[in-house]
Design a protein. Sequence first.
Length: 153
Amino acid sequence: MNARPTLRDVDLFRDLADAHLERLAAAARPLTVRRGETICREGEGADRLYAVLSGVVDVGRTGRDGRFLRLARLERGEVFGALNPAGPRGGAAVAAIVPETHLVSWDPAALQSLMSADPALGLAFMRALVARLSGRLQSASEAVYTLLQAMAR
């Protein structure tokens, strides 16, 4: 699998050196998911880290009425899933919503081994992860603030 050029499009990996992308690509497992197929079941959590190469993935939970409530829509270049080698934690359901979605995934223990063997890769990965999480936290804070303002009216 020659995933390196495509991995360059993944937000988390965009600024990694070519040598780091080569190592990540070699450890990646490709996955094709059809519309409506579930990648991770609600409450089970993901047991791998996934990157969306093409297609669209919805992340959500089941509402009280049994309907799927979308929490996020992930598109090309976005990542989701587990980074913890200790195993999955409970989480939202994740399902493909276009006719065909292409992903690559990594076992968290394999990622940890790659980063232990190449500390520069580990540092670059952690910097990218911190930047991504900071952005998500800022977005969540803004959404909560907007919701609280609407409720106060």
